[in-house]
Design a protein around this ligand. Structure first.
Ligand SMILES: [Zn+2]
Length: 302
């Protein structure tokens, strides 16, 4: 079952945008709960970062999402500009305009536009914490401007339709993805995955910066194949997914941050792991670094 984290933006001591006493955090929560109800009625497993008026930092919100191992993280907000009544319409923010999250963002925007909102498009915001620090495809929906009278009137009079439009955008993308996956052959041989993985190239760089990682050694071990070797090897696991694409995505992100990450298939999971270390201490050092970067990790051996 697909799992989606819904994040009602802001909360508690952080009202978000405020316009004539109307607080963004309240609109966000009401809409997130309404979207979640529709998703649940359609067989989606839904988790929320909040269901009440409480404050969490964006980093905590991302961490909460990561702990669920959900397939998607959807943050619900309303927009505002420094001068009220100058902005109108909907937009959806993503880390970068690529892949399934961008497809989902477009589907949501298109559905909301059908209700009469101006479609401001999909916008890249790589520095937003809930988009940057979440491990799964993440998007942030700006459901109209809270500082625009017309957008607010539409938000209030068509609230159910707006929730439906966002939920449908999510469901359409989930269904398309499920259909695509059903058509794909599963499960590459794990040793092949290791051999072809470009992460092996990164180990050199790790090695020169941090000799204590002994990444050169791990590189040799990995090429020999950890399943054949009798030596215990320690690796840092950052995630496990039934969905190969999600695993590849996380692995790619780790590689882009300089980590020697790779995907290992152990039925039924695609496991995203970093490094292969003969010495536990080196694996612990790597784990500490990953945790400082906001990843949830645990150590695996052999
Ligand atoms: Zn907001």
């Amino acid at each position: 079952m697909a799992k989606v984290v819904l994040d009602a933006g802001h909360g508690g001591s952080d009202p978000g945008a405020v316009y004539e006493g109307r607080q963004e955090k309240d609109d966000n929560l009401a809409l997130a709960l309404a979207v979640g109800e529709i998703l649940e009625n359609n067989g989606v497993d839904v988790e929320y970062t909040r269901t009440t008026d409480v404050y969490h930092t964006p980093f905590e919100k991302a961490q909460m999402g990561n702990r669920t191992d959900a397939d998607y993280f959807v943050s619900i907000h309303r927009n505002a500009l420094p001068t009220p009544n100058t902005g109108t319409g909907v937009e959806t923010l993503v880390y970068n305009d690529e892949g399934i999250k961008a497809d989902m963002a477009r589907a949501i925007n298109a559905n909301l536009a059908e209700l009469g909102f101006a479609n401001r498009g999909v916008i890249e915001r790589p520095n937003l914490v809930v988009l940057r620090r979440t491990r799964m495809p993440a998007l942030l929906v700006e459901a109209g401007f809270i500082d625009n009278e017309a957008d607010n009137a539409k938000f209030d009079s068509q609230f159910d339709e707006i929730a439906r439009a966002i939920a449908d955008g999510i469901l359409e993308t989930l269904n398309t993805q499920a259909a695509a996956e059903a058509a794909v052959q599963p499960a590459a041989d794990p040793v092949t995955e290791l051999e072809i993985n470009p992460a092996l190239e990164n180990t050199e760089e790790e090695n020169s910066e941090s000799p204590q990682y002994q990444a050169g050694e791990s590189q040799m071990q990995m090429r020999r194949g950890p399943y054949i070797s009798q030596d215990p090897l320690y690796r840092v696991q950052v995630g496990a997914f039934e969905n190969q694409q999600l695993a590849e995505r996380l692995s790619y992100r780790l590689q882009m941050s300089g980590y020697p990450a790779f995907v290992l298939y152990q039925s039924p999971y695609y496991k995203v792991q970093v490094g292969a270390y003969r010495y536990l201490d080196n694996a612990v050092l790597m784990e500490r670094r990953l945790r400082m970067d906001g990843y949830e990790t645990f150590l695996v051996s052999q």
